[in-house]
Design a protein around this ligand. Structure first.
Ligand SMILES: Cc1ncc(C[n+]2csc(CCOP(=O)(O)OP(=O)(O)O)c2C)c(N)n1
Ligand SMILES: [Mg+2]
Length: 611
């Protein structure tokens, strides 16, 4: 439940002020009492000062009047980079992207009214994906509620259960000053708690909204800051207690098993190393999502698991006795069905205690630090699987990867899987790749090569196709080359993500797969069961929008390509030139369905030869 917190109005004034707002000091000189604007300016400067001290570096500010005191305070603090965004929905996803890539909350500010409601989708994503986010909505003071004041809605608990904390402290009054820094700390620290996520401060301001900040309340003892290089909140820092470790070691010892690494399974390179060291020790393969941090170029790292497990004989012949799942859910239905049907002990490990389990297959959920548990298990387990167990997976992986390559190499035209593969291969190893929901995330999961160092991000908390461009823009604000792989519908959903992009000083290559609609639906039963016209109307949803013109309207250089070499040249050029660029890749939904079938068949044939 959200808490209410009164630090402003509830606290009486510290000093008595004359009614007319004037008085005199001890020397008899006239003293002008602070206006509401001055109080708000001091209050906001205090919150911002405290947040800066705690490590806030970025704020996304959406224009509006009621938020003036906070907008000015953020802009006046040299330690904070202010990113202005016209559109609250895109702006909120930009703040989400900042938090997703840095592991630190960005501040997100808007005026009162429906502007605040526009943040909701990003707040939900931040909630479900454990992304820290400091949401600040401006509001009218209490006396303007319920009387039809313009641009006034009920903003209390606006985001419901999606926030870690809600606080509506009322309009500031000088008497509350001793608690202003506490309010700032409470909000900031809660974004980074055991379960990082969004916090909502609903700050009321009275007119006048512009004033001069006075002396700030004294600073507090600094809080410990996270270790240098710790990019993400790490959740649980502990491992398994001895007794549980013993039980788990017994269960794993001598068994043939797999580790399935989903999104953000490894939050650091050390996590990934520990996962692979344990897998090596046990003689198990690691089935690693492209966004897991565990897809490394090492023996036993399996990338083509979707294709392998679509092949019935392989899936049946390679039943594990134990499955360890780390990180988010994978999109591969073949993999998830194989896990659900496996007569295996299935254990989930997650530092936030949040391993997704929609099929209810987990026999045990462990909230612990991934690297610590892996290291502990490696130290106590003596016997691994038979060597043939992992060898079977390694051989099959090699065959499957060759099969994928050879199918893709036969296509001169741009194919969607090849675009994913090429983008992964071409991005420099200090780069960040953002994947949109729908086919981009799947093509990357199923076909992307291992790329150590490349950071892969996507909105997998709620799997929306909204705010994806803005998420990538937010991620790119952290510096370093960033690429986005996105479908045309998702791109259209967030064209306002392009607002102001040329002025944001980022290196962002946006690769739009333009199949004129929702390509993913061609893989669903509706594609075969509905008349073609009905399918196109409700699922295919062609739009015919010229995406190049759209990019040009924002002054963003853009080009359209239709061949694989064209795609490669465009990506190479964009990465070399830097800055924002849109590359629109022409594909066809029906052809995409066929190329995926071609790949599955080729993998099947390659595996048949193995037996
Ligand atoms: C906000 C939101 N609306 C709708 C959906 C449902 N949805 C999932 S994929 C998709 C189509 C996406 O099309 P596109 O981005 O072009 O990718 P493609 O399927 O062509 O790969 C839709 C509408 C969603 N996930 N999120
Ligand atoms: Mg599409």
């Amino acid at each position: 439940m959200s808490e209410q917190h009164q630090v402003g109005e509830a606290a009486g004034p510290e000093t008595t002020e004359p009614i007319d707002g004037t008085g005199s000091d001890s020397t008899g000189a006239p003293v002008v009492a602070p206006t509401e604007g001055d109080i708000a300016a001091t209050y906001c400067a205090t919150l911002v000062d405290e947040w800066s001290a705690l490590g806030l570096t970025d704020a996304v500010v959406c224009p509006g009047s009621r938020s003036t005191p906070m907008a000015l305070a953020l802009a006046l603090d040299d330690r904070i980079r202010v990113h202005v965004h016209h559109d609250e929905r895109s702006g909120s996803f930009m703040a989400l992207g900042l938090g997703l890539s840095s592991g630190r909350p960005a501040a997100l500010l808007c005026t009162s009214g429906t502007a605040a409601a526009q943040f909701h989708a990003a707040v939900v994503e931040a909630h479900q994906a454990f992304v820290p986010l400091l949401v600040i909505t401006a509001d009218r003071p209490t006396e303007l509620h319920g009387v039809g004041a313009p641009q006034t809605i009920d903003q209390r608990d606006l985001y419901g259960t999606a926030v870690r904390w809600y606080c509506g402290p009322g309009a500031p009054a000088p008497g509350g000053a001793p608690w202003w820094r506490d309010l700032a700390r409470d909000a900031f620290v809660r974004t980074l708690g055991e379960h990082p996520g969004p916090v909502h401060l609903n700050l009321a301001f009275r007119e006048p909204l512009i004033g001069t900040a006075g002396e700030l309340p004294p600073e507090r003892e600094p809080l410990p800051t996270p270790d240098e290089g710790e990019r993400f909140p790490t959740g649980a820092q502990w491992g398994l207690p001895d007794e549980e470790l013993g039980r788990m070691a017994d269960a794993l010892s001598g068994c043939s098993g797999v580790i399935i690494a989903g999104v953000r399974a490894a939050r650091t390179a050390a996590d990934a190393r520990s996962v692979h060291l344990l897998a090596d020790h046990l003689g198990w393969p690691v089935l690693a999502d492209a966004a897991s941090g565990c897809r490394l170029e090492v023996r036993g790292s399996i990338t083509a698991f979707d294709g392998l497990l679509r092949h019935g004989p392989f899936a049946a012949a390679n039943q594990p006795e134990v499955i360890i799942r780390i990180g988010g859910l994978l999109t591969s239905k073949a993999l998830n069905a194989w896990v659900a049907a496996a007569p295996a002990i299935t254990i989930g490990i997650d530092p936030f205690g949040a391993v997704p389990d929609p099929d209810r297959v987990l026999g045990q959920k462990i909230q612990a630090d991934v690297a610590t548990v892996c290291d502990q298990l490696r130290a106590v387990i003596r016997t691994g699987a038979r060597p043939e167990w992992r060898e079977g997976w390694v051989q099959a992986e090699r065959r499957a990867v060759d099969a994928i390559d050879s199918v893709l190499n036969h296509h001169v035209e741009a194919t969607e899987p090849a675009v994913a593969v090429d983008l992964f291969e071409m991005l420099s190893s200090d780069g960040t790749l953002v994947l949109s929901s729908s086919m981009p995330v799947r093509d990357a999961e199923w076909y992307a090569p291992p790329r150590a160092g490349v950071r892969v991000l996507s909105n997998r908390g709620a799997n929306g196709i909204d705010g994806v461009t803005s998420t990538a823009v937010g991620a790119s604000l952290g510096g370093g080359p960033t690429a986005l792989l996105i479908g045309d519908v998702a791109f259209l959903h967030d064209t306002n993500g392009l607002l102001g992009l040329m002025g944001r000083g980022v290196n962002l290559v946006i690769v739009v797969i333009d199949n004129d609609g929702g390509g993913i639906f061609s893989f669903l039963p509706a594609h075969d069961e509905l008349p073609a016209r009905r399918f196109e109307q409700l699922f295919g949803t062609p739009h015919g929008v010229d995406l190049l013109t759209l990019a040009s309207a924002h002054g963003i250089p853009a080009e359209r390509v239709a061949t694989r070499t064209g795609v490669q040249a465009a990506i190479a050029g964009a990465l070399t030139r830097g800055g924002p660029r849109v590359i629109v890749v022409d594909t066809d939904r029906e052809a995409n369905r066929l190329v995926h079938s071609e790949i599955h068949l080729a993998i099947g044939d390659a595996l048949d030869e193995l037996v």
